[in-house]
Design a protein around this ligand. Structure first.
Ligand code: CA
Length: 251
């Protein structure tokens, strides 16, 4: 019998939209609106309400782990303690190339030019629509992932598993695991389509290619190897789930 878990929709998606965004804004109402809009898009959002806290977060990530760094900073210009322009200038001076979207209540051309001159990547003048903000963020993140191929970037993250597509690395519960190219490709496919059920034939086609001559048991073997590397208890898988009569799904 087929049993499919129907995932409960929650306000916060379990699959994050790959990117971690720092929102620096001292006005609570605006900050909350930005956070809401970005979280709705699936981004992981961290906040700071003054310049000092923002600098601390940007300069001393919790660990050297790249997972703790930011993919984008939304930076208000007028901030308590440290001005947005100074934060921007300092980060660039220190060689930090994180994309920065600057927010300002001032619409004057001078501010705009100054913001871009000290190294901001884009500039939005208040009031702005959340749709506009999200679109600008998306564009900056896209530009970043194409522009800095050498940059570490988490493309897929699910619970304890992070998969870095550009580097072909997988971190499970904080430790890097070794995967063969086929295992990596298989996991990448699963993580790209959470909860989608794949037949063995579809997996063969996607991972091994249409010219593959072996049989579909190959898939089962690779799933078993993957489970041994990913699952706490491979006999009770939490990630790679067998869907009887159909195939497999992730999550
Ligand atoms: Ca402000």
């Amino acid at each position: 019998m087929l049993s499919l878990d129907v995932p409960q929709s929650s306000s916060k998606p379990e699959f994050v939209n790959t990117s971690r965004i720092l929102v620096v804004e001292d006005e609570d109402v605006i900050r909350d609106m930005i956070v809401l809009a970005l979280e709705e898009e699936g981004y992981e959002v961290i906040t700071a309400s003054d310049g000092r806290t923002a600098l601390n977060l940007l300069q001393n990530p919790a660990s050297g782990d790249s997972e703790e760094s930011f993919d984008l900073v939304i930076l208000d210009l007028m901030l308590p303690q440290v001005h947005g322009l100074d934060i921007c200038r300092l980060l660039r001076y220190q060689g930090n190339i994180v994309p920065i979207l600057m927010l300002s209540a001032k619409a004057s051309e001078t501010d705009r030019v100054l913001g871009l001159e000290v190294g901001a990547d884009d500039y939005l003048t208040k009031p702005f629509s959340m749709r506009e903000l999200v679109a600008r963020c998306r564009a900056l993140l896209r530009r970043q992932s194409f522009g800095n191929l050498s940059q570490t970037s988490i493309i897929r993250k699910f619970r304890d598993i992070s998969l870095y597509t550009q580097e072909c690395r997988v971190i499970v519960r904080g430790e890097e695991i070794n995967l063969s190219p086929k295992e990596f490709r298989l996991l990448e496919l699963f993580m790209s389509y959470p909860r989608r059920v794949w037949s063995r034939e579809q997996l063969i086609e996607q991972v091994w290619g249409p010219d593959f001559l072996g049989d579909t048991k190959t898939v089962d073997v690779h799933i078993r190897w993957l489970r041994e590397k990913l699952e706490l208890d491979p006999s009770q898988p939490e990630y790679l789930i067998t869907v009887r009569g159909f195939g497999y799904r992730f999550g």
